[in-house]
Design a protein around this ligand. Sequence first.
Ligand code: ARG
Length: 274
Amino acid sequence: MKKILGFLGLAALTLSLAACGNGDAAKKADANQLKSIQDAGVIKVATSADFAPFEFHTVSNGKDKIVGADVDLANEIAKDLGVKVEFMDMEFNAVLTALDQGKADVAISGISATKERKKSFDFSDNYFVPEQLVVVKKENVDKFKDLESLADKKIGAQKGSIQESVVTSQLPKAQLVALAKVPNLIVEVKQGSIDALVLESAVAKAYVAQNPDLAIASAPLKSSDDESYAIAMKKDSKELKAKINAVIKKLQDENKISEFVEKNSALAESQAKK
Ligand code: ARG
């Protein structure tokens, strides 16, 4: 009898160990990621603060500060996790690399959750649906009413952004000029060294509001489903992702994200008038 019980005990032990295998081990690693943010008391956010109204620099009381709708969103997430936020500002091209290398816990930077990017990263639910727009000098706005008129022009896009492929796929004969920071592209359009710049809706509107010599041309670029913004995390961030999605859902139910976008668009515009 003793022997049988012993055998059963062993069998039970083996079974429970086996159960601990894949599923549970993965869950444990993931729980650690959420836990490591909570243990550190800070969530490190990689961003490229050149993208009003989502993330941009402002000076308040003589001090430089990063503000924007993504910043408000990050603060809500940090509040929910009970930690502080630390923003790491870099070129957009480096944002996902910083996350991949573990220098940042998440990347929040108006990032489009494309199929390609989803192969390497986890993404939260979408929190903003953009549209692709063409920004030109105001004096040229009537020249660029269709894609034909842009076909062989010099068109700017941010390096590493999906706007590069919007240009190469929708305007294959155009000359793509890719620069690291959006404000530099704005300067190029104003100077006339490039003819147009592809930017996403709220961002295009914010920069046009700041620069009265610019305008949005009516040339219709196509937008696609996988351009919506989401927060990027390392692969297998199941628990962290669930937490972040709950915050996004709550904010969306309360219409808060559009409020963040509106408030920060107004801020960006008033800053330009100073
Ligand atoms: N949504 C585009 C992308 O993911 C552009 C994002 C640029 N973001 C920024 N903060 N500059 O490729």
